[in-house]
Write a protein of this length. Structure first.
Length: 322
């Protein structure tokens, strides 16, 4: 399992694992995206289910074998990847919590992107958190803990994830992947030292190329007049629609929205990097860069929350930004 975990988080989880009498309190893994929260949660779940209670699992007992084969009866992960939660996923949560362990001494439930739970579901979950069962550990994962009910947050043990030190990242990558220093520096810069992004770029070079192309597209928009910008946006939307047809996607709008959000996120990350570099070099923050970041975040919010004409949104972004 590719994982670069913050030493403070790792030591804390090992302590919790050793304190078997205090494992009934549910946990909240929170922090920026792409810091390994979900991967760490899976690793800790395996540790809790392991017969020997070894961190990362002993990989020998029946519990570890069942977990690795993805059919452990005492383990459930619900990952809300879309914009809304699904009724049957919510039902699975409460059905799972009804039963006692079958194979292990514990039952472990992971809910990723838990901020997408409806208020009604959070209220129902709160009742369970108020009277936790000794045999059940719940791990909630989010980048936006403020979206959870305050009463939910007060009953969770918060575990914050932060970026590892760059030297630790470099040592980890060099031990795991063959890569030269020049390419590694480029990937570290693009990923802003987020471990999950780094590993994704190393494993999927096409993702790295896509991010680079998205940044080039933004730069092309910035240096052209509105007429040329409109042509570029038209070509982008046409390419997304062509790709949608090739991939046999059922929901055309959803596909285009997902890919457009990825492009806009890459723009925001790139602008953030440029602003951060200005701060590091003690340069004055250029007002156009601040405006670009503000408008990019606003554009992402519009695409994320509303059903709109995406081409018009992009053109409006160009008019108000450049």
């Amino acid at each position: 399992m590719d994982l670069l975990i913050n030493p403070i988080v790792k030591n804390f989880l090992i302590t919790k694992l050793e304190d078997n009498n205090n494992l009934n309190q549910s946990l909240l893994f929170w922090g920026e995206s792409d810091l390994g929260k979900l991967t760490t949660a899976k690793l800790f779940a395996k540790s809790l289910l392991c017969s020997k209670k070894e961190f990362g699992g002993c990989n020998q007992c029946k519990n570890c074998t069942s977990f690795d084969n993805q059919w452990h009866p005492d383990y459930l992960i619900i990952d809300f990847k879309g914009d809304t939660t699904k009724v049957h996923d919510t039902a699975k949560i409460f059905e799972f919590l009804l039963y006692k362990p079958h194979l292990s001494q514990k039952r472990v439930l992971i809910i990723n992107n838990c901020e997408k739970l409806t208020l009604a579901t959070q209220s129902s979950l709160l009742k369970i958190l108020e009277e936790p069962k000794n045999h059940t550990t719940i791990i909630l994962i989010t980048t936006n803990p403020q979206k959870l009910l305050k009463t939910i947050g007060s009953r969770l043990l918060w575990v914050r994830f932060t970026k590892p030190k760059q030297n630790d990242i470099i040592d980890f990558i060099k031990n795991q992947y063959p890569i030269d220093s020049k390419n590694l520096s480029h990937i570290l810069e693009l990923s802003q030292n987020h471990p999950a992004r780094i590993i994704n770029y190393l494993k999927n070079p096409e993702q790295l190329k896509a991010t680079e192309n998205n940044i080039k597209f933004l730069n092309n928009l910035a240096k052209n007049n509105f007429c040329e910008q409109s042509k570029l946006i038209k070509e982008l939307m046409a390419n997304l629609q062509d790709k949608e047809e090739t991939d046999w996607t059922d929901d055309k709008e959803k596909f285009i929205k997902t890919n457009l959000k990825k492009i806009i996120n890459d723009w925001a990350d790139n602008t953030e990097r440029e602003i951060y570099a200005s701060l590091i070099n003690n340069n004055l923050l250029p007002a156009p860069k601040i405006k670009l970041l503000k408008n990019t975040v606003q554009l992402l919010s519009y695409v994320d929350n509303y059903n709109a004409n995406y081409r018009l949104l992009l053109e409006a972004f160009c008019i108000t930004t450049f």
